[in-house]
Design a protein around this ligand. Structure first.
Ligand code: CP3
Length: 357
């Protein structure tokens, strides 16, 4: 096995360890820039919509054979360099005691959100992660069904983003309830973040044990707070979370609207930092320094534009990365419903074609 002496390093077969994607996570040079896309399996694909006309979203997540098929189909159709587990960041909230529903048109709803500190006092960290056994079974099936050269990314929601859902009871524009709870009840907030952190670390390590080579933490809504709040209310937990991930596993740290948080996120952990389209990739990477890779940062809405606009933006991003090892091409956030599939496929080809060394 190559350079790494850790457990996971030894467990990862050479063909995977030397894949473009994992090399880029380790900031090693690659033949072309690796690319995968957040939400690469989803409603923009007619095959996905047809599957969803027969089963609900939660049933799909909880049926390992279907989840595996969804992951593998998307990765192979698009020709990307990594597959991502089909699941959702909110699944972990169920075994933590939350009543989760994905209602049509409204997105996720939690029917018993946290309202006061006593609700947190009643919670317990997930010591036995087997309640999410269907996820690990999906990971096993995906690993077995994927080409042996294609890495599989496991994932979880980061504690702040999960806390937002657990307190708001669903999506939100300003996170008034979650942030008010954080300011008003700092001790209960800390207890909640600790429970989410420890549970998430165990959950991710179980995904790794089942066959994931990399893990991404989605801190999708962390851009709603500023640097001082990040330092006080989030960063210590993120540091502890990354420190608990099995050594040798590639770690990706994603958020949106994080222009003012990037250095703090880097210091919290992750081999690769996600960048959305609101920042310039070159300036952001200069700020982060050479010790981390970056992932991003095409605007998902650019995929609705004509192909020459997509090509121009792709070339610009690759030019900003300037061939530095450690760039993983991705969108700045997930693919949206109604995105033209042929544009997504074309994007993947362009990244490979334009980045040939
Ligand atoms: O990237 C992938 O292809 C893997 C699967 C994946 C899903 N959700 C499937 C999904 C991943 C990685 C996620 C992460 C996720 N889920 C995040 C973080 C990323 C981000 O977008 O910021 C968040 C915030 C969620 C929570 C969530 N799940 C929301 C807000 C919604 C509703 C909005 C929407 O897009 O429908 C979901 C549902 C969801 N998760 C769908 C899919 C394919 C659509 C469900 C359907 O089929 O109707």
């Amino acid at each position: 096995m190559t350079s790494d002496s850790s457990t996971q390093g030894r467990r990862t077969p050479d063909v995977l360890w030397n894949s473009r994607f994992l090399k880029a996570c380790r900031r090693e040079p690659t033949d072309v820039t690796p690319v995968w896309l957040m939400r690469q399996a989803g409603r923009y694909m007619s095959e996905y919509r047809s599957l969803r006309s027969k089963v609900s979203f939660l049933e799909l997540c909880k049926t390992p054979e279907l989840a595996a098929e969804t992951t593998i189909f998307a990765a192979e159709t698009l020709g990307v360099d990594a597959a991502i587990l089909f699941a959702d960041i909110l699944l972990i909230l169920e075994p933590l005691g939350f009543d989760l529903e994905f209602s049509k048109g409204e997105g996720p709803v939690i029917h018993n959100p946290i309202g006061e500190p006593a609700d947190v006092a009643r919670m317990e960290p997930l010591t036995d992660v087997s309640a999410l056994g269907y996820v690990y079974e999906a990971v096993r099936l995906i690993r077995a069904g994927l080409p042996s050269v294609m890495p599989l990314i496991g994932f979880a929601g980061a504690p702040f983003t999960l806390a937002c859902y657990a307190i708001e009871g669903g999506g939100s524009r300003h996170y008034v309830k979650a942030k008010t709870f954080m300011y008003r009840h700092p001790a209960a907030w800390d207890a909640l973040m600790t429970i989410l952190t420890d549970s998430t670390a165990r959950y991710l390590n179980a995904q790794v044990a089942a066959g994931a080579q990399a893990v991404q933490l989605f801190d999708s809504w962390v851009g709603s707070i500023g640097p001082d709040e990040y330092r006080r209310f989030v960063q210590p937990h993120m540091k502890r979370l990354f420190a608990q991930i099995e050594p040798g596993v590639a770690t990706l740290h994603f958020g949106t609207d994080t222009g003012s948080l990037l250095e703090l996120q880097r210091d919290a952990g992750g081999m690769v930092i996600g960048l959305d389209w609101r920042v310039e990739l070159d300036r952001a990477w200069d700020l982060l320094g050479p010790g981390v890779g970056v992932q991003g940062n095409l605007d998902p809405i650019a995929l609705f534009a004509p192909l020459d606009e997509i090509a121009g933006q792709t070339r610009r991003i690759l030019k900003q990365a300037a061939g530095r090892p450690g760039h993983i091409f991705n969108l700045g956030h997930g693919i949206l419903p109604h995105t033209p599939v042929d544009h997504v496929r074309a994007l993947v080809q362009m990244v490979h074609e334009f980045s040939v060394k």
